[in-house]
Ligand binder design. Structure first.
Ligand SMILES: [Zn+2]
Length: 147
């Protein structure tokens, strides 16, 4: 399950829907894996305004990942018109000044889309229920007494 997904899931119990403590679910005993993906700059740009930034920071903290800035970056930070040194030789004059993904965009891509939780648990901060993650899939089905 991608780190991005953790920004969109919450505890399935009805009693937790209205509780701020139920989001984000806290990863525990997480085994992480990097699954390389082609970078999609427009996707990252479009998803950025929909992120709950504080929740993302919290999850990164729990997982011991890179510390994110305290406020969400602006879409302008995601592109740079300065050619990277390594690209200069290859870039022809026509696209040398095209906007290209900034390091920040690459970092967000790696964090949100390539970093995946392979196994572990997601714990609700309100009710304490633990959702198991196995083979990269979280099981959000509740036992009948909790529904
Ligand atoms: Zn809950």
């Amino acid at each position: 399950m991608k780190i991005l997904t953790l920004n969109f899931v919450t505890c399935a119990r009805k009693a937790c829907k209205a509780s701020p403590a139920a989001f984000p679910l806290r990863p525990r005993e997480a085994e992480l894996e990097i699954v390389e993906q082609d970078i999609n700059p427009l996707f990252v740009r479009n998803v950025l305004p929909r992120l709950e930034w504080d929740a993302l920071r919290e999850v990164c903290g729990e997982l011991g990942l890179q510390q994110l800035p305290s406020t969400a970056p602006s879409p302008d930070d995601l592109f740079t018109t300065t050619p990277a040194a390594a690209d200069t030789a290859m870039a022809d004059a026509a696209d040398a000044h095209e906007p290209r993904p900034s390091q920040l965009l690459r970092d967000l891509h790696t964090l949100l889309l390539e970093t995946t939780m392979r196994s572990g648990k997601l714990v609700c901060g309100n009710c304490g229920h633990e959702y198991a993650v196995k083979e990269g899939i979280a099981n959000f089905l509740l036992p009948s007494h909790l529904v």
